[in-house]
Ligand binder design. Structure first.
Ligand code: 3H9
Length: 697
């Protein structure tokens, strides 16, 4: 018998076991039809005397991944998820949730309202609502701690941490891990439940497990440290604490009210915007979804320096074979030692086994020649930022690789077109701009050249995803998106020092805004010599004021290279703890004096606006030029790569909250104060402000 309740839920009887299959691609979200289907499935189960147990299982790649995010912010049609869950909970016969893929949010809440839970060995379970700025709203924060205890529940709800099937079995979240086929295992499990009396087990009936009341205070402190500025993790602790001291039904109402309240909060809107923007960024302009990426199994990395090593490590981590090409045995040996050291640290931390280290290093080949590269599918050059050196490498790769192999440049500011032009096969050339350290940093700016073919672009996107990165496609532009915008913030931070601000003040304002580190503390970390070299590379394209604003060079001349020499903008103790340093202030004061600039009192507001609006204005130029396809791409770049607080949604989303008319007025103000060449509003801002629109309409 096959009975169809709404389209997305079907029911099948197998002897005395009713199987409810949810099929709502792509991720079986709990859309209205699934909710009503589930409610009707429970009713059908209760009415059917022949059915002694029911299994809930999902078709496709995953168990239910939660409430349907697309329905958020719109009027919800009944039944609401809470009602469906209450219906499952009240059922007088046992229901078994059989989970595969990711059982998340509302999906896990459905499972928690069942009598039993069984998971495929590869399944992941979690309540990730906090990442969307909300909290579970359908009993998750009440049932989870009853089942696994307060402490384990706090980390899953407050951090959105997903657990493996193995961990879930160990902490009692699931009753069994499937052996072989999940459906078959679930049937065997259900049969046993029936044979043992078809007992109903309600998590809502479980007593509140004993817990140390101090656990909530320590969770609050841990969340504040781990997620500074985020509201939902703190509210998660409040919620779990409340859930563990209130009657179940009262706690349910309060949980739902909290979820609803957070849903309309600015942080949740920003985080949900980013969730969508990250997925949108994978859709490449002009490349249809059916373009298949080329197969990439073996990659050559040219240049065993810092970037090359990081990129090679990242590729090895993703299971690819890597040929690292260098000029000398010495540089190659150093690179291999550095990669091995990274793995040694992972070994010490326990995040890798000795076998895994050996296997990864076994896939690495070192060579000084371009011989035997015919089995290489893609090559990444990470040599010196010098066009002639890069062009030479591209030509050598042309000769050495198969005709269909892809050549990728890791340039950070050279012209992608000129690099592509140095190849005989420019259609096979593109950029992948990794950030240092490349095996750690999530962001990769993938760069399209004018002749890169769609499948080349699809391949570099797929490769970056395989490396666990967040790729964003950008176009031709000096410094691409991230560094081009950053350079404007750096410029303003320097000008602010000239105008009278101190490094401590600027850093305090920007970290107070939500950046993990201020620009001057960051410069001390990177090293003043590196900052000076970056400045020297751009000198010829700088304005007169920027050229003259050489505080970085003065610090280098004073031997203040940053943390590594114990002093830069700040002074550092032996544990690298910073303190304000009057000597740095004197160097800055001497610079002002020489330049004839009188220091003035600078407000925190001016610091924030000059630093942020200079970036936003540059972003508007980038968008206007088409070097970024969408404002969302820029938001993803800055939140995933450069520490822009994700609860503010990224610089473009933030700008829309301020209002482009207000931004334009501030840009005009700073044009008058600092100079038109620095703050003239971008044409796109002029246009959108005149139309009363924002970047997002
Ligand atoms: C919740 O449950 C609240 C309740 O507690 C209380 C309510 C009262 N809804 O990520 P992918 C789309 S809050 C609608 O590329 P993957 C996604 O946009 C929810 N759509 O695949 C994309 O669409 P497109 C708590 C969703 O394999 C497509 O599916 N749950 C949802 O890399 C593929 O997604 C979460 O926060 C959704 N819930 O990763 C889970 N989820 O193709 C959020 C995804 O048009 N989801 N889509 O761009 C995820 O973490 C990942 O999507 C997942 C799959 C791990 C499931």
């Amino acid at each position: 018998m096959t009975q169809r309740i709404p389209r997305t839920v079907s029911l099948d009887m197998h002897g005395d076991i009713l199987v409810a299959t949810i099929d709502n691609p792509p991720v079986n979200a709990l859309s209205h039809s699934v909710r009503s289907g589930l409610r009707d499935a429970v009713a059908a189960f209760e009415e059917n005397d022949a059915a002694r147990a029911m299994i809930i299982v999902c078709a496709g790649r995953t168990f239910m991944a939660g409430a349907d995010i697309r329905e958020f912010g719109k009027p919800m049609n009944e039944p609401l998820l809470g009602e469906v869950i209450a219906r499952l909970d009240r059922c007088g016969k046992p229901i078994i949730a059989a989970m595969h893929g990711t059982a998340l949010g509302g999906g896990l809440e459905v499972a928690l309202a069942c009598s039993y839970r069984i998971a495929a060995p590869s399944a992941k379970l979690g309540l990730p609502e906090v990442k969307l700025g909300i909290l579970p709203g359908a009993g998750g924060s009440l049932r989870l701690p009853r089942l696994i205890g307060a402490e384990a529940a706090l980390s899953m709800i407050g951090e959105g941490r997903q657990v493996s099937a193995e961990e879930a079995l160990a902490n009692g979240l699931v009753d069994a891990i499937a052996e072989g086929d999940l459906h078959r295992s679930a049937m065997i499990f259900a049969r046993r439940v029936i044979e043992e009396g078809a007992r109903v087990r309600r998590v809502s009936d479980l007593p509140i497990p004993p817990h140390d009341p101090g656990v909530f205070a320590s969770a609050r402190a841990a969340m504040a440290k781990k997620f500074p500025g985020f509201a939902a993790p703190q509210r998660a602790v409040d919620l779990v604490e409340m859930a563990m001291s209130s009657p179940f039904s009262e706690a349910c109402d309060r949980e739902y009210a909290t979820c609803k309240e957070l849903l309309s909060s600015p942080q949740s809107r920003a985080l949900r915007h980013l969730f969508a923007a990250e997925r949108e960024a994978l859709k490449i302009d002009g490349v249809s979804a059916d373009v298949r990426p080329r197969d990439v199994r073996k990659v050559a990395v040219v240049g065993p320096g810092t970037m090359g090593r990081g990129i090679a490590t990242s590729l090895l981590n993703a299971g690819l074979a890597v040929v690292l090409i260098g000029l000398s045995d010495e540089s190659l040996g150093k690179a291999k030692a550095a990669i091995a050291k990274t793995y040694e640290n992972s070994l010490k931390r326990g995040s890798m086994t000795a076998g895994e280290v050996e296997e990864r290093l076994g896939r690495l080949t070192l060579t000084r020649t371009y011989d035997n590269l015919l089995d290489v599918d893609l090559a990444i050059e990470a040599v010196t930022e010098d066009l002639s050196v890069k062009a030479d490498v591209v030509r050598r790769l042309d000769d050495a690789l198969r005709d269909d192999a892809i050549v990728v440049t890791n340039t950070s500011f050279l012209d992608i077109e000129e690099i592509a032009n140095s190849s005989r096969r420019p259609h096979n050339v593109a950029g992948m701009h990794f950030f240092n350290p490349a095996h750690v940093m999530k962001l990769v700016e993938n760069v399209r050249a004018s002749r890169s073919t769609p499948d080349v672009l699809a391949t570099i996107t797929a490769l970056a995803r395989k490396l666990g990165k967040t790729p964003v496609m950008v176009g031709r532009s000096e410094g691409f998106v991230a560094n081009r915008m950053l350079s404007k913030r750096t410029r303003e931070a320097q000008f602010l020092l000239e105008d009278g601000a101190t490094p401590g003040q600027v850093d305090r304002v920007l970290s107070g805004f939500g950046f993990p580190i201020g620009p001057f503390a960051l410069a001390d970390l990177a090293g003043m010599d590196i900052m000076a070299a970056a400045r020297a590379a751009r000198l010829s394209r700088m304005s007169e004021r920027e050229k003259a604003c050489n505080i970085v060079d003065r610090l280098v001349a004073a031997g203040r290279l940053g943390q590594k020499t114990g002093a830069g903008y700040y002074r550092y103790d032996e544990n690298r703890r910073p303190s304000l340093d009057p000597e740095a202030d004197s160097i800055i004061a001497a610079h002002r004096q020489e330049r004839g600039i009188a220091a003035r009192e600078i407000s925190d507001g001016e610091i924030l606006e000059r630093c942020l609006y200079a970036m936003i204005n540059e972003a508007a130029k980038i968008l206007g030029e088409g070097a970024a396809a969408r404002p969302g791409d820029i938001d993803v770049i800055w939140t995933s790569g450069f520490g822009f607080p994700s609860y503010l949604g990224g610089p473009m989303f933030y700008a829309d909250q301020i209002g482009l008319r207000n931004i334009k007025a501030a840009l005009e103000r700073y044009s008058a104060l600092v100079g038109r060449e620095y703050f003239q509003p971008a044409p796109l801002i002029e246009q959108l402000a005149a139309e009363g629109k924002g970047f997002y309409g």
